[in-house]
Design a protein around this ligand. Structure first.
Ligand code: HMG
Ligand code: MG
Length: 317
């Protein structure tokens, strides 16, 4: 599994496409005080698909007492069915969640484990190794049923309870998850603690060990370094970035966690670099503003800029 990357120039963005993995309907909504109905959640997913996003996490099969915002994800999945050219994913925290997801017709699941033992216990009520054992069972079930598996390593760049996290621990978990069959391992900066230097080191190591087709980065923008860190990761060869429409998001079991880096900000960054994404930026901003009309509070810079320039245009007329 170890890859050699010795000839790669580390300081320029390598050519090629970038895949944006949309977590808005799951991570974006799970920490919001405004709860959307299953119909509204399904509409959000359809709007995002119409924007050109091809990988969308539609929700999670978690206990509704733990995360009420994600209750009835089975209904969301049922409303959505399949959509040609779009891959719908759902987060499952344990075997029970996996079973509920498959029962609801989901064919792509994402599992999660924390690099931090304390965060894993707070988030999943299990030790890290207990979660890994559950993930191994889910991975076996996925193989047997042809269900695709993605995996997150949370708190990969810092933990709200334990502080700094050893990158060796993160990479060790990522390798184990890849060996279990995860097609992508998404390194989660759950509380946006990552500095550009730390992101560069982790991204470089992950790409070396897993290869660019397996490494995703999941950045929360708590301290305003989300886009910078995304750019650094792209320079290091990361080719899959998680984003959330409107910059919504946060883990309810990670105090201080703010929204994910906004998908529209990522699209703007990539457009500016000439990296094709096939995502319609205007339609994406319109989706963020639609969420605002439903009572949510998009935090993306690009949506704010567009809102302000629309207001200005109206005043001019
Ligand atoms: P638990 O209380 O330990 O569960 O919770 P249990 O196994 O002891 O079972 C207790 C009851 O819950 C049983 O029901 C189970 O059937 C039921 P009873 O017999 O009492 O009637 N149950 C479930 N019900 C619905 N869905 C399930 C499920 N599992 C058991 N999946 C559990 C364990 C994992 C369920 C709980 O801790 C949980 O729901 N945690 C989820 C927390 C969460 O959603 N956090 C946010 C997502 S992770 C994240 O945001 C990070 C990420 O974005 C990356 C990053 O930013 O770093 C991915
Ligand atoms: Mg997250």
């Amino acid at each position: 599994m170890v890859r050699s990357n010795q000839n790669r120039s580390p300081r320029r963005m390598p050519p090629g496409t970038v895949t944006l993995y949309e977590v808005g309907p799951r991570d974006g909504l799970q920490n919001e005080p405004t709860l959307l109905s299953p119909d509204q959640r399904a509409e959000l997913v359809q709007r995002l698909a119409a924007c050109g996003l091809r990988d969308i996490e539609i929700g999670s099969f978690v206990h509704p007492r733990w995360v009420p915002q994600m209750a009835e994800t089975d209904r969301v999945a049922e409303l959505l069915g399949e959509r040609e050219g779009v891959r719908f994913w759902a987060l499952v925290p344990n075997v029970k969640g996996y079973e509920l997801a498959v029962e609801a017709g989901v064919r792509r699941v994402a599992v999660v484990v924390s690099a931090s033992e304390t965060h894993n216990r707070k988030n999943l009520n299990r030790s890290r190794e207990e979660s890994m054992a559950e993930i191994a069972r889910i991975a076996r079930a996925c193989r047997e049923s042809g269900v695709a598996l993605r995996a997150y390593v949370s708190t990969a760049l810092g933990c709200p309870y334990e502080g700094a996290i050893d990158e060796g621990e993160v990479i060790g978990l990522a390798e184990r998850l890849a060996e279990l069959g995860a097609v992508q391992v998404s390194l989660g900066d759950t509380i946006g603690a990552g500095t550009p230097r730390a992101v560069r080191r982790l991204a470089r190591l992950a790409i070396e060990r897993l290869g660019p087709e397996r490494v995703a980065l999941h950045l929360h923008d708590t301290r305003g370094l989300g886009l910078v860190n995304a750019y650094i990761a792209l320079e290091e060869g990361v080719r899959i970035l998680d984003g959330s429409v409107g910059g919504l998001g946060g883990c309810p079991y990670a105090p201080g966690a703010a929204g994910n880096v906004a998908t529209e900000d990522l699209v703007q960054l990539l457009d500016g670099e000439g990296v094709p994404t096939e995502v319609d930026l205007d339609a994406l901003v319109e989706t963020a503003l639609w969420l605002e009309r439903l009572g949510l509070q998009p935090a993306s810079r690009y949506a704010r800029f567009r809102r302000a320039s629309c207001r200005h245009d109206k005043e001019e007329r």
